[in-house]
Design a protein. Sequence first.
Length: 559
Amino acid sequence: MEAVENSSRSLNFIESIIEEDLKNNKNEGRVHFRFPPEPNGYLHIGHAKSICLNFGLAEKYHGKCNLRFDDTNPAKEDVEYVDAIKEDIKWLGFQWVDEPHYASDYFDQLYKWAIKLIQDGKAYVDEQPQEEISQQRGVPTRPGIESPHRNRPIEENLALFEKMKNGEVADGSMVLRAKVDMSSPNMHMRDPIMYRVLHAEHHRTGNKWNIYPIYDFAHGQSDYIEGITHSLCTLEFEIHRPLYDWYLNQIADGDYRPRQIEFARLNLSYTVMSKRKLLELVEKNMVTGWDDPRMPTISGLRRRGYTPESIRNFADRIGIAKRDNVIDVGLLEYSVREHLNQIAPRVFGVLDPVKLIITNYPKNKVEELELINNPEDPEGGSRMIPFTREVYIERNDFMEEPPKKFFRLGPGREVRLKGAYIVKCMDYKKDENGKITEIYCTYDPETKSGGNAQRKVKGTLHWVSAEHAIDAEVRLYDRLFTDEDPAGHKDKDFKEFINPDSLKILKHCKLEPSLKGVKPGDKFQFQRLGYFCVDNDSQPDHMVFNRTVPLRDSWKKKK
């Protein structure tokens, strides 16, 4: 296979490795990747970066990318997670080759290789408690202490390993360890555990197995079985690479080896990226579930209204690095805003309505006004919306005593109702608590938008006909955490930084009638307010919208 040229940007270090391999016809010109999630939770934005990398490189180099589930820990895994992961990958716009693979597909072969290592004198059964094993490993600056079972006879190891496999020993009572190097400065090489006893039903193999391989033993061997050429991992696996290669050297025939390459994981500000911590938020009901729109999970971002294109653009923007760094979450929000600006129809929605009555407009008149759906989309077309004597505007678009640079509505002031007429405030009405209930205006019929007489005013307001308005619930989502690095404080729990204002629910919003019949997932720009998405909870008689992102980043002003 020939190297693929990319004139739009320079190659990242992984692409340089691949192109050098192709130039040298390594692996006979094959390029084969894999995305290997553990099905113990929902994927998050960090996984999205890895998905875009692996599947994107497969597309660029006309290669293949497998989906392989690392299902070696049945105590934490679930079919629900398997199905969610498949859905997330497809939603992002990628497709794996063939059927999904599973590490459990290879349990028989992995067991045979474990037997081979025992027979070759390179693995042994250790009956010590885990605490004792950990202590004997010591520290990198001095050699560890060998297990008293390290040199037991091969036949005895085989017999004990068979007992482990047959379920004749208790959980935690025995492990199979590789015999590597107890003096290595790399702690992962100090006789690592290969198998542990675990009496748990597996979602695919049932109760067939009572022993399960450790990730380090299953990972490289699964790559080898599938013919993976470039095994891309995040930087925390760099120190595991010597063990990855050691295992392969014990079992591989011929020259072929998959190559592990590490890249920096995605660290995002104001976000936690640990599945364990995200699971804690779900289990403690601090969010409504894995797909809560405040969560950094792909399902949560999808429900909030993020688009797959925006996430892929974000992944491309941040690129691939060799060193860890923190990406400002504002860049992700910018990528979402940029794409929605191109595709989202503009509509009118009033979130905190107050009634405006145009006293000199005919009481029963309904005027149909034509508005452009999206000036950024040449194919976006237009729509007709009704204009009547009574409309709703935003409460904060009116002030009784407006300051000089307030270009909205106040007593004696004029504004344009977007797409309609210029109106002038003549009076207003308050209730017994001093709350504005009605605003009284007159309109100038010579100032209709699109007409010949275009008198200029500084303020333009969005509005909705009171007679035709649709009621809706709108959920205003903000960042889930108030701290830039909520998980980075050793003396504090990350949950202490939960943003108490991360969700505000507005019950009595008014929307233009063109939104009747919208479906969950439909996306719009509420003019002057931000981008919004129809939520999964929405029903024809109870419409629910989520705010995806504001029109511009207002977070820095809050801090």
